[in-house]
Design a protein around this ligand. Structure first.
Ligand code: GUN
Length: 296
């Protein structure tokens, strides 16, 4: 058996078109403010891509770059200004933040209605209690791909490997909301291979390269690989790297029914869902119903 590939790149492109069409039909231009502290190269690339795609979908992109040694008080003052700015509908503070800043305090200072990362305690609480929420972008992207691929998810056995606040826990909440039977596995889970084998939906979000082995995957399971791990690839030349997921892909395709590749699976969906969340936030701020297929 060879698994079907779930093409996140194409799916994300479709979402961007949907977002752009909706933006076009609005009388207001949604605005997304992205805050970057310091000069971490990976964060700079993410922020540049977010700003570019925001503008491409017809939304307004506001970029705020602050020095590495910015104080917590200065960052909180910026968040206050963005919360009060009517042209800003979404606020994203790129993580990680430098050690002098309490990330939790900064994230929770963001207006819940503008929290397009879905990281505030209030949005987390809204998601877990079934209220309309802004949902973290990566798990939202995973959910949209699962719905598209499987139709309805009700009654399926789902195993989420990884318990982070950004992916594992909100992914589990979303799957539970879809009426899956959900297990969250982590580093202390006993007999992880057997548990994974029982999954009809397997989401790997551990941040360890090729951790999930092919024979951990039940025949025909749908596998979502959230990992983005960079490994040295000397065969490509000195200093070169290659990107692999959390699943041993070449083994997994012999067992899974469908699988997201890395790269080109979950990765492109994250920014697409950030744009969708910004549209959702703008619609809700203006009393307009956001497109149901983009809200999770
Ligand atoms: N850093 C890495 N991923 C993310 C994300 O999804 N949101 C934010 N704010 N920072 C990140």
């Amino acid at each position: 058996m060879s698994a079907r590939l779930i093409d996140g790149k194409a799916f994300a492109a479709g979402i961007r078109v949907r977002v752009a069409e909706s933006v076009d039909s609005l009388a207001i231009r949604p605005g997304l403010a992205v805050v970057l502290v310091g000069t971490d190269p990976a964060s700079q690339v993410y922020v540049r891509n977010k700003a570019k795609q925001t503008a491409e979908t017809g939304m307004v992109s506001f970029k705020h770059e602050l020095p590495e040694d910015v104080s917590e008080a200065e960052l909180l003052a910026l968040i206050d200004r963005l919360n009060a700015d009517p042209e800003v509908h979404g606020i994203l503070v790129q993580l990680p933040l430098p050690s002098q800043i309490d990330s939790g305090k900064v994230i929770n200072a963001i207006d819940v209605a503008k929290d397009v990362d879905g990281f505030t305690i209030q949005n987390v609480g809204r998601l877990t209690t079934g209220l309309p929420a802004l949902v973290p972008c990566t798990p939202l992207g995973c959910l949209l791909m699962l719905r598209h691929h499987l139709g309805h998810l009700s009654g399926l056995n789902a195993v989420v490997v990884g318990r982070s606040n950004i992916v594992g826990k909100p992914m589990a909440s979303l799957l539970l909301r879809e009426h899956c039977t959900v297990t969250i596995a982590h580093s202390r889970t006993g007999d992880l291979p057997a548990l994974c084998r029982s999954a009809e939906i397997l989401v790997a979000a551990v941040g360890r390269p090729e951790f999930v082995q092919g024979d951990w995957i039940g025949e025909g399971a749908t596998v979502i690989d959230v990992g983005i791990n960079r490994l040295p690839a000397p065969e490509r030349g000195e200093g070169k790297t290659r990107i692999v997921g959390d699943v041993a892909f070449s083994q997994a395709v012999g067992h899974a029914g469908a699988i997201t590749p890395v790269p080109g699976g979950v990765g492109p969906m994250t920014i697409a869902c950030l744009l969708a969340n910004t549209l959702t936030a703008c619609c809700r701020a203006n009393g307009i119903e956001p497109p149901a297929d983009l809200t999770g």
